[in-house]
Design a binder for this molecule. Structure first.
Ligand code: BDP
Length: 709
């Protein structure tokens, strides 16, 4: 009996211990499965070279951070969490520096130590979000100083510092000064209020509208951390194809809860608004922007929002496009509509981001020319708190497009750039396509608008045209999937967007390397191989989907697979045939002077260069020209043969990516390794389908039989 009782006791103590372990596990923000991608680039794993870190941290034995301010509290939390994972030990936190080496963080206002370690006037030049990280000495003890004017700057500085540790960079003699080039760095969620996401490939929306405001998903905090770590400072919560419901008191109250979670991380919330909201939820008979009742309704709505969300960012508007209503219904212009909303927000410091994604073919039968025709005449007519949010290219997030001719053509208006992180036209959640090179091609493009060297990036950041307000937006790819973005490698696009929004001059290689080291490993072989995989992945996608300037050939609706023969019965420009115009004479959209004259929307010398197939870069050839199948390319091949070669090259690269990834089998955790492996297999299948379907279809016109024989 005694033995049985003792065994029982032992058994229940074991159970108790196991339970304790589970409870403890629940306390720490470690995912259940060690490597499921949830932690993104903030994994904070102890590296393979702990001696390196212990060397740097030999004399750094405490963290000095002021308390009492919410953003600084999250800085403290993140640093403790991050460094404890990376160093494998906890550093004590204090508010005043003792006789030890330390990491000292703060602003001159919040910290008594910071002003002793840095000249405040020097700090001032960093603005409200910038920071300085510097190795200094305090009483002959080494100090790493992370100082800023405002707590948000300290937050960004802290993440920068963590990145240095994560990527195993030298930590001695630090001398870093950073400041974001672009002010408004936003994610745009195309999330509907029912939880679905338009063009989302990673599960449902993370905004659990139906359970808010009572039930707060802890994921939102991790979303905030991840965004803050890459400098994103705003998020538009809902789809541009908006519902008026977002402006009801019920939803404003729900949104206020999200705003409260994001606020300490320096992130403001914004709404996409529907132009006819005053009619739908305000019982007003019109939405005419010049109607006093309508103006009053928007003013009161803005007041209501700011009462509960004092730092609310503003409105994003898709007007008179793809079925969304706009001021044009009442014979008013984009400027009339935008300015009315801007007026409602201006007293509160809010902005309007008015989209230029419009393509009314009655204005011009070439879709790429429509937005320019509508917006350029309005330059100078927008209120000072309006930005025109413009997609990178003139069509719609295609694998490759020349830059949008609006950039440089509206010097009196700040233009925001809208990029698509979610991979609607680039393989969705199934293809590994690193988009930073695509975005860099546009940001680095020379518009020649104010002479050579007028880069798109300079127009976006306001320097080229002396704007005091600037912005960039990325259509979010985030959803409820455990790894946030569906494909583990789509995380890289989220990461790259934030980094480029902060500093457009970073190279895509630099960004990839940071991301790889933090997301996968610092192992040089892993870094090198994944770099190679990522580097050519976008070009590969262009090659197997839409090479040489072809565009919009995706199957209707889902935009995933090939649909070169698709003809939309209702709208010419929703048909693939409208874009490629393949016939027995050749292929491509003639936008030269003798065609639609789309080239005229670009500044000289681009206009002339792109007007002739001989001087037009081959990557844009069929964007601007309709050319015969036997046209001689620079390679000496005919256009038809060259097209075939590109399609094949794209497929070959996916093969290469598969093999390269397989070679990392022993170096990557099994779960993520398998998931990526499976997706590469799907990608290969789809790339082959793109090649075969496209070449079979175009082959009918090129009259060459099976292209691959
Ligand atoms: C297109 C998408 C569509 C969006 C639209 C937009 O297919 O779902 O609503 O862009 O940007 O790419 O408004």
């Amino acid at each position: 009996m005694g033995i049985v009782r003792r065994k029982c006791k032992l058994y229940s103590s074991c159970l108790f211990l196991i339970n304790c372990l589970f409870v403890l596990a629940g306390f720490f923000p470690r995912p259940l499965l060690a490597e499921d991608g949830y932690r993104l680039w903030l994994r904070y794993e102890k590296g393979a070279r702990p001696e390196l870190l212990s060397h740097y941290f030999e004399h750094i034995t405490e963290l000095v951070i002021p308390s009492g301010q919410k953003t600084l509290a999250v800085v403290r939390e993140e640093l403790c969490h991050g460094l404890s994972g990376l160093l494998g030990k906890d550093l004590p936190v204090t508010e005043s520096i003792s006789q030890k080496g330390a990491v000292v963080l703060g602003t001159p206002k919040t910290s008594a130590v910071v002003p002793k370690l840095i000249d405040i006037s020097e700090l001032k030049s960093c603005g409200t979000e910038g920071y300085i990280i510097r190795s200094v000495y305090h009483d002959k003890r080494p100090v790493i100083l992370i100082a800023a004017n405002e707590p948000a700057g300290v937050l960004y500085g802290a993440f920068h510092f963590l990145r240095l540790v994560q990527t195993e960079q030298p930590l001695n003699e630090l001398s870093i000064r950073e400041e974001p080039r672009i002010q408004k760095r936003l994610l745009n969620h195309w999330d509907n209020l029912d939880g679905s996401i338009e063009r989302g490939y990673a599960g449902e929306s993370i905004w659990n509208w139906k359970n808010l405001p009572a039930d707060i998903d802890p994921r939102i905090r991790d979303y905030a951390r991840s965004n803050a770590s890459i400098g994103i400072n705003g998020t538009v919560l809902n789809n541009v194809n908006s519902q008026a419901k977002i402006l009801t008191s019920e939803y404003i109250e729900k949104a206020a809860v999200i705003a409260g979670i994001l606020r300490p991380y320096g992130i403001r919330i914004y709404f996409s608004v529907k132009f006819t909201s005053p009619m739908e939820i305000g019982q007003i008979a019109t939405a005419d922007p010049l109607d006093p009742q309508v103006c009053q309704w928007w003013k009161e709505k803005a007041q209501e929002i700011y009462r509960v969300i004092p730092d609310f960012g503003g409105f994003l508007v898709k007007a008179y496009s793809e079925g969304q209503p706009g001021p044009q219904i009442y014979g008013r212009s984009h400027a009339d509509g935008a300015n009315m909303l801007a007026d409602a927000l201006s007293a509160h410091g809010g902005i309007v981001m008015w989209r230029s994604f419009v393509y009314d073919l009655s204005i011009d039968s070439d879709r790429t020319k429509c937005a320019y025709a509508e917006f350029v005449p309005l330059d100078g007519k927008f209120a000072s708190n309006v930005l025109i949010q413009t997609k990178n290219g003139p069509v719609d997030f295609q694998p490759r497009e020349p830059f949008n001719p609006l950039f440089g053509s509206m010097p009196k208006t700040p233009l925001m750039m809208e990029l698509q992180i979610t991979q609607e036209y680039t393989g969705q959640g199934k293809h590994l396509v690193y988009l930073a090179p695509q975005w860099k091609e546009v940001l680095d493009a020379d518009t020649y608008a104010r002479g050579p060297g007028t880069l798109v990036a300079g127009i976006i950041d306001g320097t080229a045209e002396n704007h005091t307000i600037s912005g960039i937006a990325g259509v979010s790819g985030v959803g409820m999937d455990r790894n946030w973005t569906g494909h583990h490698f789509s995380q890289a696009n989220w990461y790259a967007f934030g980094r480029l929004a902060w500093e457009p001059a970073l190279t895509s290689e630099q960004i990839a390397e940071e991301w790889i080291r933090m997301t996968w490993s610092n192992d040089p072989e892993v870094v090198e191989i994944i770099q190679k995989i990522m580097a050519g992945s976008w070009q590969a996608c262009v090659d197997y989907m839409t090479p040489l300037g072809l565009h919009h050939l995706m199957a209707a609706g889902h935009h995933y697979g090939p649909g070169p023969d698709y003809v939309n019965p209702g709208r010419a420009d929703w048909s693939s045939t409208y874009y490629h115009k393949a016939d027995s004479k050749g292929i491509g959209f003639d936008r030269s002077e003798t065609g639609s004259n789309g080239v005229s929307q670009y500044f000289p010398p681009l206009r002339q260069l792109w007007n002739s197939p001989r001087t037009c870069p081959e990557k844009y050839l069929l964007w601007f020209h309709h050319l015969p199948w036997d046209y001689r390319m620079a390679s000496g091949l005919t256009l038809w043969k060259e097209l075939q070669a590109h399609y094949q090259k794209g497929v070959d690269y996916v093969n290469f990516m598969q093999n390269a990834w397989s070679s990392l089998n022993s170096k990557i955790d099994p779960q993520r390794f398998e998931q990526v492996r499976n997706r590469l297999a799907m990608q290969l299948e789809n790339a082959v389908e793109w090649r075969d379907t496209s070449l079979e279809y175009f082959g009918r016109f090129a009259d060459q039989g099976d292209s691959r024989k």
